[in-house]
Write a protein that binds this ligand. Structure first.
Ligand code: SF4
Ligand code: SF4
Length: 473
């Protein structure tokens, strides 16, 4: 089916030309109130992002995602594979939160919070403006032959991009292997940690590729969140929108003419200056309506406000607004869909907080050795053999650890030692025997309760199955 004339822009994306080749985007440097706010938010978030793997709470790294050893720290809380349920709830909360925000405020996350946008627009793009100049100069440089000026500027830019990518890769690695280990590797030198150096160079290469070449295509082509916009947005979502009612009126947009009463003639307030298009980092024309490529960066709001001011028309022709707000002049409403998301969010957060408070610092697992039957010893004593695993989630050693039987009269014998130490953020494994007099058993399979003590302090309880002869029933 033929695409209607006014919708033809939807058949193409701004970063690919008619021949299907990459169309390089040269966005004009944004200037304005929102850009200044975004700079502040971005630098605060960058400071948090860079410092989080180096900050410690109770000796625990503030944020760590050690997927290799399956150890995670979130806000200083260490998570182990045993805490997978908490991790899943946190992820769910994150997803619901992002959906909630998207339904209400469109891609505000992309424009203000996403690390891709922050690094691209506030770090790499600003380096580019600093070395190559603004849009006009960048276009000229791109067309220019490879003379001394172009070589000097491009080599300097690529070198700075590489250094910044290398620094980001180091921070990224600190999130994965932990900052202590990373700093130790740096101190000891790369010769002893070649595999670490190789990972670092691979990450550097990926970041360099993304920010020096792939750029806005991450948001347009690769990011799954960007693809979700079509289903999440509705007419009530607040997005960066062009007020087409005011911008076009009956006669449409047209260039600015001095001493002309546009409203009376029926001309729209859009003076067709293309400033909103020139600042757009995804190379779209917001006047065509909501588009998947728009990351809500607000650069076009600033650009248009500046133009409106200079021709003495009211600001806000491009602004944060919903489709209904523009069409029917309605105000923001807390819709049933938003209420539903809020309720789910509150419930999940409550469950998570409860679970975090109920979570033990020590996790004990005692399991019967598979394939082993009980042993009938002298004096009617029944013995079962078990393996045990103790996980210490704290950043302190747990000393003098021993087991005691809480539910039955009997004893627990740990093979080769009576008490032991569980290292900080580590685990201890071993074998133990539980011995109970047959007369104390109620059947052929009792559930026994075991207390884990550090000195005299009970730090965890767990249960295990205990087999005995049928006749004790
Ligand atoms: S249309 Fe406006 S808000 Fe959207 S990406 Fe372009 S400049 Fe940013
Ligand atoms: S910046 Fe404003 S006035 Fe200029 S083209 Fe864009 S919408 Fe129209």
């Amino acid at each position: 089916m033929e695409t209607p004339e006014g919708e033809k822009f939807r058949d193409t994306i701004g970063t690919i030309d008619k021949e299907g080749k990459r169309a390089w985007v040269f966005p004009k440097k944004p200037v304005g109130k929102l850009y200044e706010y975004r700079k502040i938010v971005s630098y605060v978030l960058l400071a948090i992002l860079v410092s989080s793997p180096f900050l410690k709470i109770n000796g625990n790294q503030f944020l760590m995602f050690n997927v290799l050893e399956r150890r995670f720290n979130i806000f200083g809380f260490p998570f182990w594979p045993q805490d997978l349920h908490l991790f899943v709830i946190m992820m769910l909360i994150g997803v619901v939160f992002v959906i909630f925000f998207t339904v209400a405020f469109g891609r505000i996350f992309c424009g203000w919070i996403c690390p891709q946008t922050i690094f691209m627009e506030m770090v790499f793009r600003r380096i580019e403006y600093w070395i190559e100049g603004d849009r006009g100069k960048q276009i000229r440089l791109a067309k220019q032959d490879w003379d001394a000026e172009k070589i000097k500027k491009r080599v300097l830019k690529w070198f700075v991009f590489f250094v910044v990518s290398f620094l980001i890769a180091n921070v990224f690695l600190a999130y994965i292997i932990g900052s202590d280990r990373l700093l130790r590797y740096i101190y000891e030198g790369p010769q002893d940690h070649i595999s670490n150096l190789v990972s670092l160079l691979i990450f550097t290469g990926v970041f360099y590729f993304v920010f020096a070449w792939f750029r806005e295509q991450v948001c347009i082509i690769a990011c799954p969140y960007g693809r979700l916009q079509g289903v999440l947005l509705d007419n009530k979502s607040i997005i960066v929108a062009y007020d087409h009612k005011r911008g076009e009126r009956e006669e449409g947009r047209s260039k600015f003419k001095k001493n002309e009463d546009r409203e009376q003639i029926g001309k729209g307030d859009c003076i067709d200056c293309f400033q909103c298009v020139h600042v757009c980092p995804t190379n779209i024309d917001i006047r065509n309506g909501t588009q998947l490529e728009c990351v809500n960066c607000t650069a076009c709001i600033d650009a248009c406000d500046h133009m409106m001011e200079s021709v003495d028309l009211p600001k806000g022709l491009i602004r944060y607004a919903s489709e209904d707000n523009i069409e029917k002049k309605t105000k923001f409403k807390f819709t049933p869909r938003l209420k539903g998301y809020t309720a789910v969010l509150v419930i999940l957060t409550g469950v998570l907080v409860g679970m975090l408070f109920l979570r033990n610092d020590v996790e004990a697992r005692i399991l019967r050795l598979p394939g082993q039957l009980y042993e009938h010893k002298d004096n009617n004593v029944i013995s079962n053999v078990y393996t045990f695993k103790l996980v210490n989630k704290t950043s302190k050693e747990i000393e003098n650890v021993r087991f005691e039987l809480l539910s039955h009269n009997g004893q627990i014998k740990v093979v080769s030692h009576d008490s032991f130490t569980v290292p900080e953020q580590g685990l201890s494994k071993g074998t133990l025997f539980i011995e109970i007099n047959g007369s104390a058993l109620s059947g052929d399979k009792d559930r026994v309760e075991i207390g884990v003590y550090s000195g005299d302090k009970l730090i965890e309880t767990t249960t295990a199955a205990f087999l005995g002869p049928r006749s004790y029933k």
